[in-house]
Design a protein around this ligand. Structure first.
Ligand SMILES: [Mg+2]
Length: 261
């Protein structure tokens, strides 16, 4: 019996499981095609908000994975929902992140303030980006010290890339938390919101496993809400980061293809 036979559907991480950077990992497209052909449900849940869910779905579709846009849920869509609940539609915010992240916030209804006049911000909404600098650290921490809410897409310390582990949103968030003296709310894994959104997409079948490469986020968050966690240890994935190894997964596989063996 193959491991996949034990489950009706899968929540599946993207970075380090399906792709690294822009490169699909070997065998992934074929495995997902075989599993969906066998009737297994798939929803991709990612802490990576650099692209909107529909844009990440497009990359998967172009790679040969037959899904619709609803089957990708990101930490940014969860963040938009939470920040809207707390501060209302149209709230002025300081956004720190990629231009895509800022566009998603603007499309989500927020007034994204210019960095040279952020004084009225009710919240600092953060997602890691490669251009983070001292000026952003200063702006964010001073606003949070003055009472602005601090919400981040994730506390991931690293992100897996083809040449190794790059600093993740959590590394940037830590700098702001230290400088402001306040702790953020995070919306990505291991917080339950992203899993719950994925389970809604899957139609809440009985036997669901989360497939991921980070024990401390993917696996720990899944187990906390009663799902099995399958750890993928593929080369370059975050499972190789020793800081992530405090959680014991229900299953451990080298690559997604091992689900079929
Ligand atoms: Mg990952």
């Amino acid at each position: 019996m193959a491991l996949a036979d034990s489950y009706d559907a899968f929540l599946c991480d993207l970075d380090g499981v399906v792709w690294l950077g822009h490169d699909f990992l070997p065998g992934v497209v074929e495995t997902i095609s075989d599993l969906t052909a066998a009737g297994k449900g798939f929803c991709f849940v990612t802490n990576n908000p650099r692209l909107a869910p529909a844009d990440q779905a497009k990359l998967l579709q172009e790679g040969g994975i037959d899904i619709d846009d609803r089957q990708v849920v990101t930490a940014a869509s969860t963040l938009i929902r939470l920040a809207t609940e707390r501060h209302g539609q149209g709230a002025p915010v300081l956004a720190i992140g990629t231009s895509s992240f800022k566009n998603q916030l603007a499309n989500g209804g927020f007034e994204v303030l210019p960095h040279d006049d952020p004084g009225s911000a009710k919240a600092v909404l953060l997602s890691g980006h490669l251009g983070f600098d001292y000026q952003e650290l200063k702006l964010a921490s001073m606003l949070v010290r003055g009472g602005a809410d601090l919400i981040a897409t994730s506390a991931d310390p690293t992100m897996p890339m083809p040449d190794g582990l790059w600093p993740g949103s959590g590394a940037i968030l830590a700098a702001i938390e230290v400088a402001s003296g306040k702790k953020a709310t995070t919306t990505g894994k291991p917080a339950p919101a992203l899993y719950e959104a994925g389970l809604d997409v899957l139609g809440r079948p009985e036997r669901v496993a989360m497939i991921g490469d980070r024990p401390d986020t993917d696996i720990a968050g899944a187990q906390a809400i009663g799902l099995d966690g399958i750890l993928v240890t593929s080369a370059g994935g975050a499972s190789r980061d020793p800081s992530t190894n405090n959680t014991v997964p229900d299953h451990r596989i080298d690559s997604l293809g091992d689900l079929l063996t």
